[in-house]
Ligand binder design. Sequence first.
Ligand code: F6P
Length: 363
Amino acid sequence: MKKKKIAILTGGGDCPGINAVIRAVTKKAIYQKGMEIIGIEDGYHGMIENRHRPLTYNDVSGILTLGGTILGTSKTANPYHYAVKKGNRLEFRDVSKKAIQNIKRLGLTCLVCIGGDGTLGIAHRLFKDGLPVIGLPKTIDNDLRGTDITFGFDSAVTIATEGIDRIHTTAQSHQRIMIVEVMGHRAGWVALYSGVAGGGDIILIPEIPYDISVIAEKVKERNKRGKRFSIVVIAEGAKPRGGDAVIQRMVKESADPVRLGGIGFVLGEQIEKTTGLETRTVVMGHLLRGGPPTPFDRILATGLGSKAVDMIEDKEFGTMVGVKKNSLVTVPLKEVAKGPKTVPLNHPMIKAARSLATCFGDE
Ligand code: F6P
């Protein structure tokens, strides 16, 4: 019988755990199912430009703990909106037909797309256009619909928490207000979880626009109680009431060009002005995306990758493997493509933090 052939691509921002999931899919597909595996290089770029290579069992041996992605990734390549340079200008073209043809020529049983909402939104379109696709939920932001958790999130929260712990001691020594800005795009998951884990006094997330006077009050009240330092954990997408998030840069060739960042510095100036207390800002940025995955993410990635191979055998195309109430589930990509999953305002973690007098900048 002819061997089944599958391809894997990784799209969007990298995160700890991608290699763990590539390893799980590849090893199981080869060892248990006798499949042939192809790695598409640099996300959808490789699909459009027909760049790929075979993946053997040995190629993925020893990468469980490795950060990044051995296949490379892209945050700009979208076959339906592909930037092409024309002199000094950028032109956007729909090159999806060519990209789909490239994949069809490989004679694949399935294309496994590892990504966040951008990558899996594209995967959904590819599925509707005739490609057998299966998705795997990757992002530090945890903002993906159809799953309670994405791999990469626990690692990012762990790194952010370590950063907050380190900031805590120096804040205390110098009696300063220290602001830690963390990634998360338009969602506050990373800030909420690391803020709670790191004992942040003030946690600011995009879902709850903040009022500077409430923050200043909280800081002053702590000072009166003898706590002459405060820790503020702020999501890069956080915004003041009636205001906007801070845009760090626009990446023109990207279908989603806005890159957030810098709100921590804006807030720092405001706090200093309002309270007269020395305030410093640290931006954790891409540190949250690098290095080895936590044991939790390694286990999650292994489980998700293994389930994806079963789904290929069962021909459950057009779906993603998700986690619901601690079980692995199959979710239609249609559901995932509906847009980002933000933190619900009645989230138990917000309630718990509020009950300990943690301030969210709104009351
Ligand atoms: O989606 C992952 C993420 O790290 C977001 O948290 C962040 O807003 C964005 O990607 C940063 O993108 P870039 O790597 O292009 O700076």
